[in-house]
Design a protein around this ligand. Structure first.
Ligand SMILES: [Mg+2]
Length: 257
């Protein structure tokens, strides 16, 4: 258990690390429970903005990982943090919001005025988290509002995520349609940006970055995010990244498993 002694806080990505399509990856449950048995702090951080913490907690419990809602952080948290810290007088600002019911409820909590977009009235922001019901109407409203001057803020740029059938589209694949139609790039707030890492350290009430370990399967979100934030990283080859991609990339994790 020498390796474990080096770390106190463990940040696990979910898709491709703990499970694929809610089916646990062999060894993941045992590993996480062993880490927990040593009284280490464990948090789960995902770029998927659509599902609630309660849903994630339920999924993990079914697999045999006892994780409270408060131990789960999603890119919905990252975008709320961005809005609360970067935008002055947020309660006087308006936004057209694209996302799941859960995502919209989180954005509403920031106090920003939600505009339905129905009348194509100028808004301050278009805020997006990918969701399964994403449609033409949303692309249309968002693109027109962005062209009218709304700032485009989105959770994440991940183009796809691993499923048992193959790689399925993620938020990045969807938001690209709005970027193309509006000729504007989105600001993203999930990994590799710092917000989810900041919130993780605060949630764990832990400050020692050298004793924090990020475990992820995506070089460009998890590993790059961890490196930029200054914490050691583990790449798992159980999800997105293949050995070949790892070889071709100049992003170097500290450990590969
Ligand atoms: Mg992943």
């Amino acid at each position: 258990m020498k390796f474990l002694e080096n770390f106190e806080l463990f940040l696990f990505d979910l898709d491709g690390v703990v499970y694929i399509d809610d089916k646990p990856i062999p060894g993941a449950v045992e590993t996480i429970n062993t880490i927990k048995a040593y009284n280490k702090k464990v948090l789960f951080i995902t770029n998927n903005p659509a599902r609630s913490k309660l849903e994630y907690s339920g999924t993990l419990k079914k697999m045999g990982i006892n994780a409270k809602s408060s131990q789960i952080l999603t890119s919905a948290d990252s975008i709320c943090r961005y809005l609360m810290t970067k935008i002055k007088n947020i309660t006087n600002k308006s936004a057209y919001v694209i996302g799941s019911k859960y995502f919209k409820s989180q954005i509403k909590k920031t106090g920003i005025i939600i505009d339905s977009g129905k009348n194509f009235n100028k808004t301050d922001f278009v805020i997006m988290g990918g969701h399964r019901q994403f449609n033409f109407n949303e692309i249309n409203i968002a693109s027109i509002l962005i062209r009218k001057g709304a700032k485009f803020i989105a959770t994440n740029h991940d183009p796809f995520y691993p499923t048992l059938n193959g790689l399925s589209p993620a938020s990045g694949a969807l938001l690209t349609s709005i970027e193309t139609a509006s000729e504007n790039k989105a600001i993203v707030t999930g990994k590799p940006e710092k917000y989810l890492f900041d919130i993780s350290m605060e949630t764990a009430q832990f400050k020692n970055k050298k004793k924090t370990l990020l475990v992820g399967d995506n070089l460009y979100t998890d590993i790059l995010g961890g490196i930029n934030f200054g914490i050691p990283t583990v790449l798992t080859l159980t999800g997105l990244t293949t050995k070949k991609e790892l070889k071709q990339s100049n992003i170097t994790p500290d450990y590969i498993i």
